[in-house]
Design a protein around this ligand. Structure first.
Ligand SMILES: [Zn+2]
Length: 315
C-alpha cells in the first residue's frame, strides 16, 4: 500500500471519530476502514513483548467511528497464559471506552485460535471483518471464514444476555468489611494512604460492575496506581471457552498503557505502586491468588488491597 497516514498517532490507543475521518481523507483512502491497515505498524511499535520480541498490532473501527489500537503484552517471570494478545487488548480498550461494537479489525499477524475464540464474545462476531496486513493479498474477510462452526456464548447463555461491548451493571452486593485483605510491602512506605486507597477501590468497583463474567458469575475489577497517583482500572472479561478469558489484572494493564501510563519504557517496568481487586466473596472462582502472583512479578513490593463483596442473597 502506498498511502500513509499524515498525522502522528504515536502513543495513541484511541482516535476520535472526527480525527479518524480527517486522517482517512489526508491519507487518500476512500473510507475510514481502509485507514486501519495503515495504522498497524504504529500499533506494533507500542507492543510490549519482552519474552518473544514478536510485536503484534491490531487496529479496530468501532460503531461510534472511533479507532482503537491493541498490542500484545508479555510479562517476564510469569507463565505465558498471563500474556495479553493484541486483539484482546483492542477489545478491552474499546470496552473501557464504552464502545458498543467493533466492525472491522486490521492486524499484523493472522489471529491465533485463542483470539478467534475470544472475539466470539461480541454479538455478531461472525461478521467482524478481519484484514491481516502480512497476508500476500490483504483484504477484509469475515471472522466466520477464520473460525467456522464456532463454540460461543449462544451455547451457554440466553440469547438476551449482554455480551462484550454491551452495557453491564453487575450487582455486587455489599462490601464485607471483614473481607478486606491487604498484602504487599507498600503500607509501611506511605503509599496507599487513604485517598489513593479510596480511589483505587472505587475504580476497581466500577470495573467489576462493568465486568463480562456470565459464565462464572464472578464479576471482578482491578485497579492500579502509578507513582504519580494516576489510577487505571480494568474489567474481567470471560470467554465461553474459559481459557481465553482476560483477567482483571491484565485488563488494568491494558487501561494503564492505553492511557499513557506503564512507566514509559518498554523494558523498565510498569511503575505500579499500589493496586486493588474487587470481587465477590461467594463466587465460584477467585482472582486474588492469581492477582497477587501477577502483581508481585509486574510490580514487586506494590501494595494490594482485596475487597470482597457479599451478594445480598448470601447468608
Ligand atoms: Zn491471539
Amino acid at each position: 500500500m502506498e498511502e500513509k497516514p499524515a498525522r502522528s498517532t504515536v502513543g495513541k490507543f484511541v482516535i476520535e471519530a472526527e480525527e479518524a475521518q480527517a486522517m482517512a481523507k489526508e491519507s487518500g483512502v476512500a473510507a475510514v476502514r481502509e485507514l486501519l491497515p495503515l495504522l498497524v505498524p504504529a500499533a506494533q511499535r507500542l507492543a510490549r513483548p519482552p519474552i518473544s520480541n514478536y510485536r503484534v498490532g491490531a487496529v479496530g473501527l468501532g460503531a461510534s467511528g472511533r479507532i482503537f489500537l491493541g498490542v500484545n503484552l508479555e510479562f517476564p517471570g510469569l507463565p505465558l497464559h498471563h500474556s495479553v494478545h493484541a486483539e484482546q487488548f483492542l477489545m478491552a480498550n474499546a470496552n473501557a471506552h464504552g464502545e458498543t461494537g467493533i466492525r472491522c479489525v486490521a492486524v499484523s499477524s493472522v489471529p491465533c485460535g485463542h483470539c478467534r475464540q475470544f472475539l466470539q464474545e461480541i454479538r455478531g462476531a461472525a461478521e467482524i471483518q478481519i484484514l491481516v496486513t502480512s497476508d500476500e493479498d490483504p483484504a477484509f474477510r469475515p471472522l466466520a471464514s477464520l473460525l467456522p462452526h464456532p463454540f460461543g456464548p449462544p451455547d451457554l447463555l440466553h440469547k438476551d444476555a449482554p455480551l462484550l461491548l454491551e452495557p453491564h451493571d453487575n450487582e455486587l452486593g455489599a462490601l464485607d468489611a471483614t473481607g478486606v485483605a491487604v498484602g504487599g510491602g507498600g503500607l509501611c512506605n506511605g503509599i496507599g494512604g487513604g485517598g489513593l486507597d479510596r480511589r483505587l477501590r472505587e475504580a476497581a468497583e466500577g470495573a467489576a460492575r462493568s465486568s463480562h463474567a456470565p459464565y462464572s458469575g464472578c464479576a471482578a475489577g482491578f485497579a492500579v496506581a502509578d507513582g504519580g497517583g494516576r489510577v487505571y482500572s480494568g474489567s474481567y472479561v470471560e470467554s465461553a471457552a474459559y481459557n481465553p478469558s482476560l483477567g482483571p489484572a491484565q485488563a488494568a494493564m491494558v487501561a494503564c498503557l492505553a492511557a499513557g501510563g506503564g512507566g514509559g519504557r518498554e523494558g523498565g517496568g510498569w511503575g505500579i505502586v499500589a493496586a486493588a481487586l474487587v470481587e465477590k466473596e461467594t463466587a465460584a472462582v477467585s482472582h486474588e491468588g492469581t492477582a497477587r502472583i501477577f502483581l508481585e512479578a509486574v510490580a514487586p513490593g506494590a501494595h494490594l488491597k482485596v475487597y470482597r463483596f457479599r451478594p445480598s442473597t448470601a447468608v
